[in-house]
Design a protein around this ligand. Sequence first.
Ligand SMILES: Nc1ncnc2c1ncn2[C@@H]1O[C@H](COP(=O)(O)OP(=O)(O)OP(=O)(O)O)[C@@H](O)[C@H]1O
Ligand SMILES: [Mg+2]
Length: 500
Amino acid sequence: MLVELKNIQKSFGANHVLKDVSLTIKEGEICALLGENGAGKSTLMNILGGVHQPDRGGIFLDGEEVDFHDPAQPINRGISFIHQELNLINDLPIYENIFLERYYKSSFRKVPHQQMIQETQKIFERMQVNLNPRTLVKHLDSSYKQIIEICRAVVMDASVIIMDEPTASLTDTEIERVFAMMKRLKEQKVGIIFISHKLQEVMEICDQYSVLRDGEVVSQGQVADVTTKDLARFMVGHEVRTDKLVRDRERGEEVLRAVELTSEEHFSDISFSLHQGEIVGFTGLLGDGRSELFQAIFGAYPLSSGQLYLYGKSVKIRSTMAAIEQGIAYLPRNRKENAIIKDMNILENAAIASWKKYAKWGIIQQAVHKANLAELQQQLNIRMEDYANNITNLSGGNQQKVVLAKWLATGPKVLILDNPTQGVDVGAKEDIYDIILHLADEGIAIVILSSEANEILRLCNRTYVMYHGNLQGELHGKEMKEQSIMELATGGETTVSISQ
Ligand SMILES: Nc1ncnc2c1ncn2[C@@H]1O[C@H](COP(=O)(O)OP(=O)(O)OP(=O)(O)O)[C@@H](O)[C@H]1O
Ligand SMILES: [Mg+2]
């Protein structure tokens, strides 16, 4: 099927998001849709997906104009949409999630469980997925959730699949899994629209690209003809720096010391220390336990043994509230599931972690929070219209910046950033890096959890590498190379000792 979007225009109030955008998607082709945060990528796809209607312009399927005013219509015409924020029901098994749309439409009184399970198994065989259809979705890690969403699209017999940032919160192994699936779909002549801020991925998997800026397509063509640097320039309108950012700064006083931290399921015997003004990386592959380690330090769940010291004093952190009071902030890895409160507005989302800090006689100080957010909005260059708007009206990358603002507003001494630039565009990434460097200069101890080697190498003074819940090694200065990180992350040995 040939899908054409012609001269699409769309405004939200005074915000002219799409001024005149045309895009063609052919079968068996993977087309990258690129652009800064808020450029209108999701909005354009929401128009194709029947979520929004264009103010002007039209959608053509094999030359015939269609009018989608309901998300069910494109599905019936073979267009499946995997939204930026996943749409699975955690408490249902995989097979029910896969057949959700169909099952509600069927006239069966009785739910045909056996049939759905068998059908799911067939799809898994076809797509070479090794999962039990009866597993509850909540037991799956995020890449498998993504894969279930893709299988759901396959069940619908989709000829075109829209994938809105499917890889933003995935690690490398998980991404490879999703890519393998995309290649298989491509062989089956499915057309794919792939939205991502990770330009390396675009080079690896896509055939075509289109870049949106200021509501228009500024560049369109074959991926083979461009470099990641070109794509970044098209997106932001100027060269994007790629140099190393770490500065040699004086290490201050020790802020946090972990001694033999263990949680039976996820990690064991972890000892490290963190000083004022340091940016320290924690990296590794899927299942390395780094997120769980810092969630435990943040009081999100208990440690089975080990000791934590803050400024040399032994502390027990039993709740996230206690952690915040001690000056620890943790920005989680997966924004939708752990960071955004969908029913709250932008200001409430940005203020919720610091309500207590600024409250007077138990009353929330709206004005203080507004002033704080105004300052952070400028620093982080957050694109938004009104603080009272719902957070879900913001583009994904701008939501991420609000989450960062929330934690900065707590005035942390230890700032733990788990996958901090998820869904953030190439230019805004640099803004966030600048802020991180500035915070370190002010003496905050910063931990960066990331599976992007480049992020760790550019930003961190040193990095710990984890492997299956153990600290496999620590790399400093000249030892910090992608190759050394990979060796340790895959369980290799190093001669470098872990400093205390
Ligand atoms: N339902 C809505 N109501 C009002 N404004 C909206 C709505 N949806 C999107 N917008 C606005 O439209 C603009 C484009 O948002 P969109 O989500 O399309 O960006 P995007 O290119 O997908 O960005 P990102 O890379 O951050 O996901 C933003 O300014 C956003 O605030
Ligand atoms: Mg988006």
